[in-house]
Structure formats: structure tokens, C-alpha cells
Write a protein that binds this ligand. Structure first.
Ligand code: C2E
Ligand code: MG
Ligand code: MG
Ligand code: MG
Length: 289
């Protein structure tokens, strides 16, 4: 009968659903303790100024070093952190840690931090950022906050208000993963952006085999540049991609072609190397770092 068939179906799906809920609860429990146990870390990926080839700053990217699972990538735990609200304390930790790290860098290097939509719902967001900047003695102009189109469409009034206040303080706002969202051009125009980050799916196509895809990718880069904001191309992996971006007047680039995200010890090394190169250029002598 239909009744027993329904029950059979229910019995069939139940173990899998139960398994998923169980895995989710485990991950959530582990995430809560991870914050207290210091299992989260930040890696940093440089931004390169396309015209000069110089490093202009770093983006902080969250890593979870799980005692049993090993390195858990952000795509695996950030969505759950957003659903459970854990992204608020976790995001505050990211803001404080990244600003403390950037306090050790030369003043001309920016620090970029990714924000989740859920963080904007916390009335603490702006005060946390102001305190993190003050604690590190960092000028607001050195901080760049990365938000996605999807994030701002979600709760645009709340996000708009917070971004407006931060922008007034001098903090830079970047639109991440540009080209992958669904927002209208007029919607984009209303937000106080300083920068667009061209999604790596388009950068990838710039030097791809398909003519059609290459033309679309070029159009997206051109459009981002023509918005009159500064631009960063994400996921640059080849010299050919870089050459096209330079020809299109893209301002900055980021990707494995230059460096993957690295830990803070490597960042310190890169900064020392940069200082030595700078000293050589200006003919100054520096002590070996
Ligand atoms: P995103 O902000 O767009 O970061 C760029 C992602 O592309 C990073 O992945 C980076 O490691 C990767 N990537 C960089 N260069 C290349 C390249 O040349 N080729 C390829 N294939 N990939 C490249 P990751 O670190 O796994 O982060 C994924 C996403 O997780 C980020 O995308 C961001 O949306 C989110 N995320 C990371 N850290 C945080 C955080 O602290 N807070 C929040 N809310 N989200 C974060
Ligand atoms: Mg980003
Ligand atoms: Mg991105
Ligand atoms: Mg992305």
C-alpha cells in the first residue's frame, strides 16, 4: 500500500539524514573548541602591483588545523560557521589577528580581510574593527574589507549602513569574486566600493583554449576597470594571464603565479627580501636581515 511504501521510503532516507546531522553537529562542536584551542590560523597571500611588480599588501585567509582531520579548507567550515552564528566570534578573531600581524609590516602594505554577511548583523562589527586598528596602530586606509555581491544583496540595508560608516572612517571596501553574482549594475553603483576583485574563473579563461570564453573574460576585466574603481585580478597562475591583465590596465594581481597564501613567518621573510631589494635600488646599505 501507499502507507507502507511511504514508511519504507522514510526508513530508507533516515540513516543518511541522521548521518549528515551527526557529521554537522560534530563539526559544529569541533569548531567551538577550535577557537579556544588555537586551532585556527591565518595565511596571507600577497597583492602585486601590476605596473611595478611590487607587493602592495596581503589578504588574510583563514585556515583550520584540525587535530584529527588535518587542514580543513574554509569552504568546508565557513558556511556552517555562518549558519550557527559562530562566524561572529571567529570573524572577530580574524580581524584582531590580521590587524596585529599587519602592525609588524611597513606602513605602505595593506591588509585585506574577508567578511561574511552574518558579521554585519552584529552591532559589534564596527567597534571591533575600530579597536583592532587602534590596537595595532594601523591607519584605517591600510585596511581593506572584502565582501561578495551575494553578501550585500542578502541584507543590503544593514550591510550598506555598516560599510558606509567604515568607508567614512577611511577603510577601503572591495567587492570580492566580481562577475559571479547576480546584482544589477545600478545596485553595484550604490555601494561605496573602492575596488573590484575579478573572480578567478574569468582570469582562468583569459588564456584558455576557448575563444568565446576568452572574449567574455576580457569583457569582464574591461568592465571592472571601466567602473572607475581600482581592480585586483584573483587567481593569476600564468605570465600570459598577467600580460593580458596589464594590457587591460588592471591595477593589481594575486595568485599562484606570484605566491600561494603563506604563513606569517614566510610573510616576514618576503618583507625582509623586499626591504633589501628596495635598499639596493636606492643605494642604501642595510644590515643583513
Ligand atoms: P576568496 O576571498 O575569493 O579567496 C581566494 C581563494 O582563492 C583562496 O582560497 C585562495 O587560496 C585561492 N587562490 C589564490 N590564488 C589562487 C590561484 O592562483 N589559483 C587557485 N586555483 N586558487 C587561488 P581559500 O583560502 O580556500 O579561501 C576560500 C574562500 O573562503 C575565500 O575566497 C573567502 O571567501 C573565504 N574565506 C577565507 N578566509 C576567510 C575569513 O577569514 N572570513 C570569511 N568570512 N571568509 C573567508
Ligand atoms: Mg577574498
Ligand atoms: Mg575572491
Ligand atoms: Mg572566491
Amino acid at each position: 500500500s501507499a502507507k507502507s511504501g511511504g514508511r519504507g521510503l522514510f526508513r530508507f532516507f533516515e540513516p543518511q539524514l541522521d548521518h549528515q546531522l551527526h557529521a554537522r553537529r560534530n563539526l559544529e562542536r569541533d569548531m567551538r573548541s577550535a577557537l579556544m584551542n588555537g586551532e585556527f590560523a591565518l595565511h596571507y597571500q600577497p597583492f602585486i602591483d601590476v605596473a611595478s611588480g611590487e607587493t602592495s599588501g596581503f589578504e588574510a585567509l583563514l585556515r583550520w588545523n584540525h587535530p584529527q582531520r588535518g587542514m580543513v579548507p574554509p569552504a568546508k567550515f565557513i558556511p556552517l560557521a555562518e549558519e550557527t552564528g559562530l562566524i561572529v566570534p571567529l570573524g572577530e578573531w580574524v580581524l584582531r589577528t590580521a590587524c596585529a600581524e599587519a602592525a609588524n609590516w611597513p606602513d605602505d602594505l595593506k591588509i585585506a580581510i574577508n567578511l561574511s554577511p552574518a558579521q554585519f548583523r552584529s552591532p559589534e562589527l564596527v567597534p571591533v574593527i575600530v579597536r583592532a586598528l587602534a590596537a595595532g596602530g594601523i591607519a584605517p586606509q591600510r585596511l581593506e574589507l572584502e565582501v561578495t555581491e551575494t553578501a550585500i544583496m542578502h541584507d543590503s540595508a544593514t550591510v550598506f549602513a555598516a560599510l558606509g560608516r567604515l568607508h567614512d572612517l577611511g577603510v577601503r571596501i572591495a567587492l570580492d569574486d566580481f562577475g559571479t553574482g547576480y546584482s544589477s549594475l545600478s545596485f553595484l553603483q550604490r555601494f561605496p566600493f573602492d575596488k573590484v576583485k575579478i573572480d578567478r574563473s574569468f582570469v582562468h579563461e583569459l588564456s584558455g583554449p576557448a575563444e568565446e570564453a576568452r572574449r567574455i573574460a576580457r569583457a569582464v576585466v574591461r568592465f571592472a576597470v571601466s567602473l572607475g574603481k581600482t581592480t585586483t585580478a584573483e587567481g593569476v597562475e600564468t605570465g600570459e594571464q598577467l600580460d593580458i591583465l596589464r594590457a587591460e590596465a588592471c591595477v593589481e594581481a594575486q595568485g599562484f603565479h606570484f605566491s600561494p597564501p603563506v604563513d606569517s613567518a614566510k610573510v616576514a621573510q618576503m618583507i625582509r627580501r623586499r626591504a633589501r631589494a628596495g635598499a639596493r635600488r636606492t643605494g642604501r646599505r642595510v644590515l643583513a636581515g
